[in-house]
Design a protein around this ligand. Structure first.
Ligand code: SAH
Length: 250
């Protein structure tokens, strides 16, 4: 029997945003690997084994999944959002490149998911209507100087910026420092969105400005969107404003 590995994005939280392709691949799996809280979102069908692991052990988790697939199992490995966006997919390919040459012959499929930046943007209008980029504020795997250099370049170049991993208990100061870098390049009135736990029961969306943005509004379940000088805010009676970034620029 030949095994295989499916790398699956689960979407931002709501089961309705799990794609049918991802749901089918999960049903077919004999074994599902993932970080505990993500794995908890996968309904466990009879006979299916769930292998939960800690957040930091990504490459080890990828190796374990590949080794099991090599022995003939139908293995799935899951990430929140899209697995290719600051998720497990890159860890899987890192493991393949460095690991057992036999792993290169395994059928490996990456199944896309709805990334947090798409779900968060949809909640407030169309802030990603023009050029944008995504930057992780985690300095676990890169130098903080790299992060600030990219923030500065992205703001100077006029990209809307999606900030992943803005804060955690172990990284409490990074978002405040990031706002300081951005304030040197962008007008104080630039729209900023704190989108926390999007599509989950405790979802919270806050629309503010770069001047007023308080880093304390973010935790590890928050996606922060920073607009550009062209991002527009449409006020509405009795409702949150719409934000959008126009498709054309002068
Ligand atoms: N692969 C994931 C990102 C993993 S990195 C994706 O494509 O969405 C983890 C970061 O993603 C979190 O710190 C947060 O910034 C963001 N995130 C993931 N799910 C989210 C959600 N439901 N609401 C807001 N942000 C989310």
């Amino acid at each position: 029997m030949t095994g295989h590995l499916a790398v699956i994005g689960l979407g931002p939280g709501d089961a309705a945003l799990l794609t049918p392709q991802a749901a089918t691949a999960l049903e077919r799996a004999s074994d599902v690997f993932g970080y505990g809280p993500y794995l908890a979102r996968v309904p466990q069908r009879a006979g299916q084994l769930h292998h939960a692991s800690d957040n930091r052990e990504e490459v080890e988790r990828a190796r374990a999944a590949l080794a099991l697939a090599e022995r003939g199992a139908r293995v799935a490995i899951v990430s929140g959002g899209d697995a290719g966006v600051f998720g497990m997919a890159a860890a899987v390919f890192e493991a393949i490149e460095q690991g057992d040459p036999a792993w290169r012959a395994l059928p490996v499929t990456v199944i896309p998911g709805v990334s947090a930046l798409l779900a968060a943007a949809a909640r407030v209008g169309a802030p990603l209507g023009h050029d944008f980029c995504a930057i992780s504020l985690s300095d676990n795997l890169k130098a903080w100087e790299t992060v600030t250099r990219r923030l500065d370049a992205a703001a100077s170049a006029g990209f809307v910026i999606a900030l992943y991993n803005p804060a955690s208990r172990a990284r409490p100061w990074q978002l405040g420092a990031a706002f300081e870098v951005l304030r040197r390049r962008l007008p104080g009135a630039t729209p900023v969105v704190f989108a926390t736990a999007v599509t989950r029961p405790d979802e919270r969306i806050e629309i503010t400005t770069l001047d007023a943005a308080d880093p304390a509004g973010a935790d590890m379940r928050t996606l922060v969107l920073v607009g550009t000088a062209t991002t527009r805010r449409i006020e509405r009676p009795g409702a949150a404003p719409f934000l959008y970034t126009p498709r054309s620029e002068a």
